[in-house]
Design a protein around this ligand. Structure first.
Ligand code: PEP
Ligand code: MG
Length: 324
């Protein structure tokens, strides 16, 4: 284990003035679990279920999925594990389920695929609920939701899986359900979506790409992929305010949450939980522990007035330097 991690692991993630901010992790493989626990993760904000699907040459059966999901849920119990339903398409293609499109990021991906294939969706949901039996630390997260109708369709399938399992005498509970906010349409529907779910989680990787019309994987336009673009910051703030107006918890699970400077802004915006790659967790925790919430809020007020992403970064670094 990296030196110093052990001591930091035991310390709470809170500001100097005792504002708590839970730090969760994004996982996909069992190896992520070990690294996450070593770093004191307080939960899983995003378990990418497509990862085990990508490592196979066919769809895993419901029972195979149950075993994989149980391992994740058991490893973190009693902490929450947020399992996202299959998010294939875009840049993530299963070799045994090819999707060929001219414009895959605007095509058949995430919830669009699984609503068209309810048998895939239902098997996943059933496997997740069975895996959580007796632990009850599961949350279900829906990717690429762009409107209320998709959400309602997905919820109907989740309820159907739940009632089927009860009829089959499984000891299951209906887990909290949440949506990813990663499509601009969802930002403008955040209130309506929040009114129908238990939590929101912002996918800033896709949200940045779609807001700025910049492919997240295209090196030629990488300079234009600006997480501190005023449009991105405004969207991030609006989502948390709209989510809270409906009384639901709002988190973020894109890479941005693992950037210490961004983490301060997200905390000041009011995000309830930040979920990140385990590697970044100690850095983020150290920075949060070195600052006051008031300082973070004043930084946020300043940067929301800036037009240039580079100026935002500079202002954040100045604050971090002041905080030592
Ligand atoms: C995101 O889009 O920010 C996200 C967390 O999902 P993924 O990176 O898997 O698309
Ligand atoms: Mg995404």
């Amino acid at each position: 284990m990296v030196k110093g991690l052990e001591a930091l692991k035991e310390l709470p993630c809170e500001t100097l003035d005792k504002h708590r901010l839970p730090l969760w992790v994004n996982t996909g493989l069992m190896t992520d679990v070990v690294r996450s626990l070593e770093r004191g993760a307080e939960g899983v904000g995003l378990y990418r279920t497509e990862v085990p699907f990508l490592l196979r040459d066919r769809f895993p059966s419901e029972e195979e999925q149950r075993i994989i999901y149980r391992e994740q849920l058991e490893a973190f119990a009693p902490h929450t594990v947020t399992m996202r339903t299959l998010d294939i398409g875009g840049d993530k293609a299963l070799p045994y389920f090819p999707i060929t499109e001219d414009n895959p990021f605007l095509g058949w991906r995430g919830i669009r695929v699984t609503l068209d294939h309810p048998e895939i969706f239902l098997a996943q949901i059933r496997a997740m609920m069975k895996a959580s039996s007796g632990l009850d630390n599961l949350r279900i997260l829906l990717p690429m939701i762009s409107g209320v109708q998709e959400l309602e369709e997905a919820k109907t399938l989740i309820y159907r899986a739940y009632h089927e399992l009860l009829e089959e005498n499984h000891d299951v509970k209906l887990p909290p359900i949440g949506v990813m906010i990663e499509v601009p349409a969802a930002v403008y529907q955040a209130r309506e979506l929040a009114a129908r779910v238990d939590f929101l989680s912002v996918g800033s990787n896709d949200l940045t790409q779609y807001l700025l019309a910049v492919d997240r994987n295209n090196a030629r336009v990488a300079d234009l992929y600006q997480a501190f673009h005023p449009a991105v910051l405004r969207a991030l703030l609006q989502v948390v305010q709209d989510g809270h107006s409906q009384g639901v918890s709002v988190g973020i699970c894109g890479e941005l949450a693992g950037d210490p400077g961004a983490a301060i802004l997200l905390m000041a915006m009011g995000y309830d939980v930040l979920s990140m790659n385990a590697t970044n967790l100690p850095k983020v925790k150290s920075v949060i522990r070195a600052i006051n919430l008031e300082q973070a809020e004043s930084l946020l007020a300043d940067v929301m007035l800036l037009a240039a992403p580079a100026d935002v970064r500079e202002r954040i670094e100045a604050t971090l330097r002041d905080a030592g």
